[in-house]
Write a protein that binds this ligand. Structure first.
Ligand SMILES: C[S@@+](CC[C@H](N)C(=O)[O-])C[C@H]1O[C@@H](n2cnc3c(N)ncnc32)[C@H](O)[C@@H]1O
Ligand SMILES: Nc1nc2[nH]cc(C(=O)O)c2c(=O)[nH]1
Ligand code: SF4
Ligand SMILES: [Mg+2]
Length: 218
């Protein structure tokens, strides 16, 4: 059973899969506590906020309600959409063992991506594209795991101020090519964006803007 906050079809708005039509599966619960998180409604897993699957699927606005779903039910839900790429996000999806879900989706010819903070072991099918967005010194007090960074196919670092770039430079990113290290301006701030452009240019990294927010889509 996985607690699902929402399922929707859109284009991937961030990092190297940007523009890819995708079905997003957003899992409920996150203990990391980023002050600027744009999905705070996913943090708590409140039993009192559990709803029926149909009610969860009918949601169009952010809410902390969630539905319990088995992997075969999730596959059928994904199959009702047209996109062939599935993004598993949250919340913090690595709280859960995602081997059964990612294996089932890949067996049905979907490409699969996970968005994770790197604070939990990443349990996914080996063919899953892993985007680690490392969360350093956050209120939840959880360290970023070296094993999570070692599994990363790309790193997408949220940046608001110069200290955020310094923290990224302190990580062992040896396995990730520089062209797959992204700086993502926090909350589309012009100041953060200018900083990301400058630092990406300096280090040979790239800038990931949250394109879906500029388009006004989910
Ligand atoms: C909401 S998180 C969910 C997945 C996982 N907990 C994580 O942090 O990667 C998805 C992505 O959104 C980014 N994000 C969250 N709030 C943001 C904000 N205000 N501005 C820019 N990126 C943000 C995160 O850094 C992460 O890359
Ligand atoms: N379009 C779109 N692209 C995204 N890429 C990562 C997202 C996320 O919240 O994990 C996200 C999202 O919420 N919407
Ligand atoms: S780790 Fe992800 S979901 Fe959790 S608070 Fe940070 S950005 Fe939000
Ligand atoms: Mg998002």
């Amino acid at each position: 059973m996985l607690p699902i906050n929402e399922v929707f079809e859109t284009i991937q708005g961030e990092a190297c899969m940007t523009g890819t039509p995708s079905v997003f599966l957003r899992l409920q619960a996150c203990p990391v506590g980023c002050p600027w998180c744009d999905t705070k409604h996913t943090w708590a897993l409140d039993p009192a906020r559990q709803v029926a699957v149909a009610d969860m699927l009918a949601k169009t606005d952010d809410a902390d309600t969630w539905a319990a779903m088995e992997v075969d039910e999730l596959l059928a839900t994904v199959q009702a959409f047209r996109a062939r790429h599935v993004v598993i996000t949250g919340g913090e999806p690595a709280l859960y063992d995602l081997v059964p879900l990612t294996t089932l989706l890949i067996a049905h010819s979907y490409s699969v991506q996970i968005e994770t903070s790197g604070t939990h072991p990443i349990r996914v099918h080996p063919d899953t594209w892993v985007t680690v967005s490392p969360k350093l010194d956050m209120p939840g007090g959880l360290p970023v795991l070296p094993e999570a960074l070692a599994r990363a196919n790309e790193v997408k670092h949220p940046v608001g101020k110069p200290a955020d770039v310094e923290r990224l430079l302190g990580l062992d990113l040896g396995r990730v090519p520089r062209s797959l290290i992204w700086l993502q301006p926090i909350s589309q701030s012009p100041k953060a964006t200018a900083l990301c452009v400058d630092e990406a240019t300096r280090h040979g990294w790239r800038v990931s803007i949250q394109t879906h927010k500029f388009l006004g889509v989910r």
